[in-house]
Ligand binder design. Structure first.
Ligand code: FES
Length: 119
């Protein structure tokens, strides 16, 4: 219809956990390819966020999940990150961490990873 084709980055769909393994209000770290990702379940919603705090190299999966604010808190210095967009909502972190699209299918949880560029 005359519109230019949008350049889309291909995505890879990877099963990471079963829904049963994702406990409501808790964080669970998964290693996918060479990435560390935290899977968080809040009610029926699943979030996927990079495991590495953007302030220093500490694991967010060991931090506290706030189910009301939809955040995860870094245990080291207390920065909180939105599970919805990865942005920090409190200091000392000022940079976002990546988030990943999540799909569920039956009892399976998948995340969509950007296809790596092999050039
Ligand atoms: S390492 Fe996470 S807030 Fe400092």
């Amino acid at each position: 219809m005359g519109s230019e084709p949008e350049e889309r980055h291909p995505e890879k769909k990877v099963r990471v956990l079963s829904l049963d393994e994702a406990v409501d209000g808790e964080a669970r770290r998964v290693d996918v390819e060479d990435q560390r990702i935290v899977i968080v379940r809040i009610g029926e919603t699943i979030y996927a966020i990079g495991d590495m705090c953007s302030h220093a190299n500490y694991s967010l999966s060991e931090g506290h999940v706030d189910s009301n604010e939809i955040t995860i808190e870094c245990w080291k210095h207390g920065a909180q990150f939105s599970l919805c967009d990865g942005n920090p909502v409190s200091l000392p972190a000022t940079q976002p961490v990546p988030i990943f699209p999540v799909e569920t299918d039956g009892n399976n949880i998948y995340i969509l990873l950007p296809e790596s560029e092999n050039s």
